[in-house]
Design a protein around this ligand. Structure first.
Ligand SMILES: *[C@@H]1O[C@H](CO)[C@@H](O)[C@H](O)[C@H]1NC(C)=O
Ligand SMILES: *[C@@H]1O[C@H](CO)[C@@H](O)[C@H](O)[C@H]1NC(C)=O
Ligand SMILES: *[C@@H]1O[C@H](CO)[C@@H](O)[C@H](O)[C@H]1NC(C)=O
Length: 558
């Protein structure tokens, strides 16, 4: 009896335990589990990111993405911000080229690069200097298309209201902010004698130029941005801003007219697609420099390097071929022109693998040649510009390079609009024999999106002639040599200048430099390397974003 009673108790106890266990399981499994927050490694993001030239602008772009904005929305907000954080590089007085991938993987190019004004001086190219120097003055100002580019991009891909993209920058410009380091250094290059109006906005009340860390405001520009935010792009091209801008530009010796602004149109075209290993690389066609980037990559791809060169001999061989590839690319630059004005068949061939094979066949492993061998004709190296890369949560991506050309462009400041004007027409120097009204100057800009399955790499660079240098180096080191995005971008570069001389970034391997000199490469010193690559990559579900330390940039994401 007692035994069977005990058995009943045991049984009940077991049943009870089972019941409790079931209840516990039910409670735990149906409770909304806190999402295992990204297993993405430290320093990476799980959803989206923006890599701009300054942390502030990356953050402004990220905030827009977090509010449900598209990659284009984030890009426009971050570009507007860059116009005040790095006003020496870009702004609404310039132009830009967007490479946009939508969430289904379709890619378009939006081109709002400056054009030659209708009254451009036919003899303008006679004023080109023989070697690089800061060229200022109203005669070099191209028709600023920047805002038409934003308008077109937003019309096609925008999600948030247009005005919302302007608000963060308007607030900053009005309230003021500490001058970032690179802007501060650029301000020191302003010359009172030549550019009084520019001097005025970048100086304190005692007339001394401002320095990094001091507070600057751009109140006039804030008014202009507010008008564009509230009234749309037309106010810039046919309204009050157009009138003021034309007046100020003509005052400064420029030839911009109301008709130039009124007739300016941003264009939308297909991207060029270049197979790059397992990736498809999307780049803008001429007048941008995408074809030259593709040439360099295709030449180097043919050497089938699976890992980074280790021994000094291997490094010398790699860099010798790489420098030779750039020497050929420099000789081919003159074929990159605005296709609406000068259609160069060769420009279309340059990006092809077969053309790269031909050029590779001309590269000797143990010697280099005089500039004539590469058909090099003199042109001007340039500098400046900004690039930003954006990847949104929905998979849409933007690589956009924007510029007023040289540091502070033409150095013409329009007092009634707060706009700094570009000197984009200097990009024709050495690259063209004549200029047609409406023509876009050739460019090195190559905002690129690379896609392979679910992996995506959004990249681009600033730095004028050093754009191709920075991009090629970062892509080769990352995609083929397996370096992290950050290490790849930080790798010291060799720049092959417009005379085919080589310039090595500090920290470049000294033994390799010696060996390359022994092979006959002509070395020159360079003090500053302004190749600046800003990139965002999504791989294995995590987002890595890197802004180049060379410009003290920082990315932001979530
Ligand atoms: C600017 O002008 C002043 C006087 O007019 C002259 O002394 C000075 O050398 C000039 N500076 C430059 C950089 O040309
Ligand atoms: C360069 O290499 C070629 C074969 O690739 C060889 O015939 C030639 O002698 C070499 N020249 C020098 C200077 O080493
Ligand atoms: C240099 O120009 C000549 C004449 O146009 C051409 O035949 C040759 O292929 C060019 N070489 C290169 C490397 O582009």
């Amino acid at each position: 009896m007692a035994r069977s009673k005990a058995r009943v108790y045991t049984c009940c106890a077991l049943l009870l335990l089972l019941l409790i266990a079931i209840i516990v399981v039910i409670i735990f499994c149906t409770r909304p589990t806190r999402r295992t927050e990204s297993k993405c490694p430290n320093g990476t993001f799980s959803k989206a990111a923006v890599a701009a030239d300054t942390r502030k602008c990356s953050e402004i772009g990220r905030d827009i993405l977090q509010r449900g904005g598209s990659a284009v929305d984030g890009a426009i907000a971050a570009l507007l911000c860059t116009g005040i954080m790095n006003p020496q590089s870009a702004g609404i007085g310039g132009g830009s080229i967007f490479t946009v991938m939508d969430s289904s993987g379709n890619v378009k190019i939006i081109n709002s690069r400056e054009t030659a004004p209708s009254k451009v001086n036919p003899d303008l190219l006679n004023y080109c200097p023989k070697s690089f120097k800061l060229i200022s003055g109203g005669i070099w100002i191209g028709v600023p298309g920047e805002i038409r580019g934003y308008e077109m991009a937003h019309k096609l891909y925008g999600k948030l209201p247009w005005a919302d993209l302007f608000q963060p920058t308007i607030k900053l410009a009005r309230e003021g902010f500490p001058i970032p380091l690179v802007q501060g250094l650029s301000i020191q290059s302003i010359d009172k004698n030549q550019t009084q109006s520019l001097w005025n906005i970048f100086s304190d009340k005692n007339g001394n130029l401002l320095k990094a860390g001091e507070i600057i405001k751009f109140e006039k520009l804030a008014d202009t941005l507010e008008m564009i935010a509230n009234n749309g792009a037309d106010v810039f091209f046919t309204g009050k801003i157009a009138e003021d801008l034309v007046h100020d530009v003509q005052e400064a010796g420029g030839v911009l007219t109301l008709e130039d602004l009124a007739s300016y149109k941003a264009t939308v075209t297909d991207a060029w697609v270049v197979p790059m290993g397992e990736y498809q690389m999307y780049i803008p066609p001429p007048p941008s420099g995408g074809a030259l980037l593709s040439l360099i990559l295709n030449i180097m791809k043919g050497y089938q390097m699976k890992s980074s060169p280790q021994s000094t001999d291997q490094k010398v061989q790699f860099y010798h071929r790489y420098v030779e590839a750039f020497k050929f690319a420099n000789g081919l630059k003159k074929h990159i022109r605005d296709p609406n004005f000068k259609s160069e068949k060769i420009a279309n061939q340059i990006k092809e693998g077969s053309f790269a094979n031909y050029i590779r066949s001309l590269i000797s492993s143990n010697r280099t040649h005089d500039p004539e061998f590469y058909n090099l004709t003199s042109y001007l190296d340039s500098m400046g510009t900004t690039h930003l890369s954006v990847l949104a949560e929905d998979g849409s991506a933007v690589a956009v390079t924007s510029t007023i050309n040289y540091i502070f462009g033409s150095r013409v400041y329009s007092p009634s609009t707060g706009i700094i004007l570009n000197n984009e027409l200097t990009d024709f120097c050495g690259r063209a024999d004549n200029i047609s009204p409406g023509e876009q100057p050739p460019s090195s800009m190559a905002p690129a999106v690379l896609k392979s399955g679910s992996e995506i790499l959004v990249t681009g660079a600033s730095g004028g002639s050093m754009i191709t240098t920075g991009l090629a180096s970062a892509l080769i080191n990352h995609l083929w040599f397996g370096k992290s995005l950050k290490e790849a971008i930080a790798t010291p570069v060799v720049f092959v200048d417009s005379e085919n001389s080589v310039k090595f970034e500090p920290n470049f391997d000294k033994d390799v430099i010696k060996a390359l000199e022994a092979l006959g490469h002509n070395q020159k010193q360079a003090t500053r390397f302004y190749n600046v690559v800003n990139a965002v990559e999504k791989k294995g579900g995590c987002v890595c974003a890197v802004s180049d330390y060379r410009k003290r940039g920082e990315a932001a994401g979530y």
